[in-house]
Design a protein around this ligand. Structure first.
Ligand SMILES: Cc1cc2nc3c(=O)[nH]c(=O)nc-3n(C[C@H](O)[C@H](O)[C@H](O)COP(=O)(O)O)c2cc1C
Length: 363
């Protein structure tokens, strides 16, 4: 029997989990909580989450009595919170900082996210209970990497490019797979972010992105739509059909259309396009034009250059199938190395095209 338990523990330990702290406030105001790896999202409509406390836990009956709880999703910097709340004892919260959530449960400072719930149901599940909670409040916290628990030890999530799920064209899938590693390599090496955009069913979708927790682009996610209008989607206009170019140019104010046309021409000739971070949006088209005419741009307080560079990845028929972009460059880096970074991207695009062309002949 002991052996069965060990095998169970060992085999199930192959499955990594995130780490949360489930907290609550007792009737007399005392904060209670426990580290929980069994947290899971259950239902979106209605919003329900769940977790499994062991029947021997002394914290769970207190949380159940409170009737509501806060799930604090821990970051990789919060191992100390996990250790504090997984220890048996009275004063688990000494040394922790928190604010009151809407349910009164402690929302621990520095967490990745807070999910507050009322207890919906408690089901019997062997030596555990399965608790279902109705979500009453949701908040994003610190943009950081999550704490991960694996084979009995703590680690952190290491992100490769995140890839959107919603594209079905085999050729595009192959192209994205062929560029992912290079996107990650360029992003890590140059300290920038890389993304890939594809046209899917006539809409532009950000299909893959490297992700930095330190970036203001952390809110941009694989799967997001990109509008086909200036200042967005520049590579799809530069390397698109003449009709696509015209369609895109129609979105440029009349008095800037001539300059925008020149931007398309010089980008096509150079082999890479320069666009700008579209905030502030009021004059984003003007700023994109200026960036292409080497006019200096205002660098934001974050020290990040507003310029992005992008290159097309072409299909066998010469049509643009993906655009690869670099963004989030430090101003100093961009001032000296924008063209070098663009060249790296061009090489990555050619390599992906070749890899996919070879796969096609192998099929
Ligand atoms: C990473 C990690 C994940 C855990 N996940 C769970 C869990 O899902 N369910 C559970 O009952 N205990 C879990 N524990 C154990 C409890 O946090 C903790 O040991 C226990 O609740 C402390 O005892 P108490 O409940 O009597 O205060 C986990 C501990 C760690 C370190």
């Amino acid at each position: 029997m002991t052996d069965t338990k060990n095998v169970f523990r060992q085999v199930l330990g192959q499955y990594p989990t995130g780490v949360t702290a489930v907290t609550a406030r007792t009737a007399d105001g005392t904060p209670v909580g426990m580290a929980v790896g069994s947290f899971t999202s259950v239902s979106m409509d209605p919003p329900i989450v769940g977790f499994l406390p062991t029947k021997t836990s002394s914290s769970w009956p207190k949380i159940e009595a409170a009737g509501s709880f806060c799930v604090n999703v821990l970051t990789s910097a919060q191992e100390n919170v996990c250790r504090a709340l997984s220890a048996r004892g009275e004063d688990k919260f000494a040394g922790l900082s928190w604010t009151d959530g809407v349910t009164g449960a402690p929302a621990i400072e520095g967490a990745l996210a807070w999910i507050e719930c009322t207890v919906r149901d408690v089901l019997d599940a062997g030596d555990h209970y399965m608790v279902l909670g109705d979500v009453v409040d949701l908040r994003m916290g610190t943009p950081a990497l999550p704490l991960v628990f694996f084979r009995g030890g703590y680690g952190k999530f290491s992100s490769g490019p995140l890839v959107a799920e919603d594209f079905h064209d085999q050729h595009q899938v192959r192209l994205v797979n062929a560029v992912r590693d290079q996107m990650q390599a360029i992003a890590s090496e140059l300290g920038v972010e890389a993304s890939a955009t594809a046209e899917i069913d006539g809409r532009l979708v950000l299909v893959a992105t490297t992700w930095s927790p330190f970036s203001d682009r952390a809110a941009v996610r694989a799967g997001d739509r990109v509008p086909f209008r200036p200042p967005f989607a520049l590579p799809f206009a530069v390397w698109g059909t003449p009709e696509r170019r015209q369609q895109w140019l129609q979105g440029v104010p009349d008095d800037q259309r001539g300059a925008a046309q020149t931007v398309l021409d010089i980008s096509a000739e150079r082999g890479w396009a320069v666009s700008v971070r579209p905030e502030p949006s009021a004059d984003a088209v003007q700023r994109m034009i200026a960036a292409n005419f080497h006019e200096p741009l205002t660098v934001g307080p974050d020290g990040i250059d507003p310029r992005n560079v992008s290159v097309p990845v072409l299909g066998p028929d010469g049509s643009v199938r993906l655009s690869l972009a670099l963004s989030g460059m430090k101003a100093e880096f961009a001032r000296h190395h924008l063209a070098d970074a663009a060249d790296r991207l061009v090489m990555a695009a050619r390599k992906a095209e070749r890899a996919v062309a070879n796969q096609r002949t192998d099929d």
